[in-house]
Design a protein around this ligand. Structure first.
Ligand code: UGA
Length: 403
């Protein structure tokens, strides 16, 4: 099939490359939309950031793409929206295009993506499901045939109405964010009761109704999707006078999590942060990406800098402009350089590079403290090396002292 992808961010590019690999003729464009004339299917994969001073999604790029597409429809085309958009956006796209084109010459479909940053190609080729929301059967059939190579490998194909597909995307992200927030809150209780949170994650995850994924406790969730999409979902629900109290609590709990972990660092350092040398490993919102959007390091590092710590951060994706202006915050060129001379090592993301650090070799400090926010290390092994170790589950004794 002849496809055109509008938007060459991680969703657009990955979709374009993978569809081409599946044997389609693909053009990827960012601005030169005139090139879409010959395509049978046009994908809108543009950004929908949070609007300034509001929680709702900014749909200006989606609507601009729809306007441009309407100028290039000369034969029947399917317009597929892959951008994450609030319920009823497909209806708006249809309205915009129908100002110029008769409705029998086009169909607007919602086909949300579920790609994770850093895993996008694998997620595209081996999806759990492909969701196609369309109000007509003709485009459903064409889409099923486009995705048939993935369906034959085991992906479930789900046809829904267009609005349902739009909501499936937001509800999926909100549910995953809820799972993470839930396990993070349970980990707070584990810390006070001396229970290993990893046991709880495994113990509840083995129940097939719950499932083991997205139950890893850690810092506040971040990235370009969960924070933005949970807020946009609440904003849509407000518009329709529906109270999504669970999602609202998730947003609030996640916002408070960085403050909680900042306090935990203070506690671990006996409230003496001034002049402490902090090695901060990994600053992006998760491993395998260079993305800093809504990363909890954007709260943790400024907190430490304000309290007078000297921070040497290392990230496999290099130094970050976000920390350039902060006092006493420097990028280290390696894990070794970052750890050398430090009082505490904070492991903030779960990069493979951080999974087998030789702390003994990198640090001569016998009182080195390791705060492992991703529970990567075995507490006993690190303690045997003579270092103080705190994981998300291991700060317990501090609390027991306070009780
Ligand atoms: C997320 C979804 O997982 C994708 O399905 C979706 O397509 C994408 O948003 C999107 O809407 O475009 P992504 O933002 O790349 O993908 O990142 P995730 O891997 O989901 O991680 C998000 C945050 O949750 C990270 O901060 C991560 O560290 C955290 N997380 C994840 C946990 O703290 N614990 C977990 O068990 C899993």
């Amino acid at each position: 099939m002849k496809l055109c992808i509008i938007g060459t961010g991680y969703v657009g590019l990955v979709s374009g490359v993978c569809f081409s690999d599946l044997g389609n003729d693909v053009i990827c464009v960012d601005k030169a939309l005139k090139k879409i004339k010959k395509s049978d299917i046009v994908f809108i994969c543009v950004g929908t950031p949070t609007k300034k001073n509001s929680n709702s999604a900014d749909l200006s790029q989606v609507y601009a793409a729809a306007k441009e597409i309407s100028k290039s429809i000369k034969k029947f085309k399917i317009i597929i929206n892959k951008s994450t958009v609030p319920v009823t956006t497909g209806d708006e796209i249809e309205k915009i295009i129908s100002k110029k084109v008769n409705k029998k010459f086009f169909s607007v479909v919602s086909n949300p993506e579920f790609l994770r940053e850093g895993e996008a190609i694998r997620d595209f080729i081996y999806p759990d499901r492909v969701v196609v929301g369309s109000n007509d059967s003709k485009s459903q059939k064409i889409l099923k045939s486009l995705y048939s190579p993935l369906i034959s490998k085991g992906a479930k194909f789900l046809s829904t109405k267009r609005r349902a597909a739009e909501l499936i995307k937001y509800a999926s992200n909100a549910f995953l964010a809820t799972k993470i927030t839930f396990i993070n809150e349970i980990s707070n209780l584990c810390e006070k009761t001396g229970i290993d949170i990893e046991d709880i994650s495994i113990g509840i995850g083995l129940d097939k109704r719950i499932g083991s994924r997205f139950l890893r406790a850690g810092p506040a969730y971040g990235g370009s999707c969960f924070p933005k999409d949970t807020k946009a979902l609440v904003s849509t629900a407000d518009k329709f006078k529906t109270n999504l109290s669970v999602v609202k609590s998730v947003i609030r709990s996640n916002d408070l999590r960085s403050d909680l972990l900042s306090k935990r660092v203070s506690l671990i350092l006996n409230n003496k942060i001034k002049n402490k040398v902090v090695s901060f490993l990994g600053v992006t919102f998760k491993a395998n990406t260079d993305d800093m959007r809504d990363s909890s390091s954007l709260k943790l590092i400024p907190f430490l800098s304000k309290k007078g710590a000297k921070i040497k951060y290392y990230d496999p994706t290099g130094s970050k402009k976000e920390f350039k202006k902060l006092k006493n915050v420097e990028f280290s060129n390696s894990i070794k350089e970052s750890i050398k001379g430090s009082d505490i090592v904070i492991i903030h993301t779960e990069w493979n590079d951080f999974k087998s650090i030789n702390f003994k070799k990198f640090s001569k400090n016998k009182k080195l403290i390791i705060y492992d926010m991703r529970n990567i290390y075995s507490p006993n092994k690190i303690k045997k090396l003579g270092f103080k170790y705190f994981g998300i589950q291991e700060a317990s004794y501090l609390y027991l002292l306070l009780l």
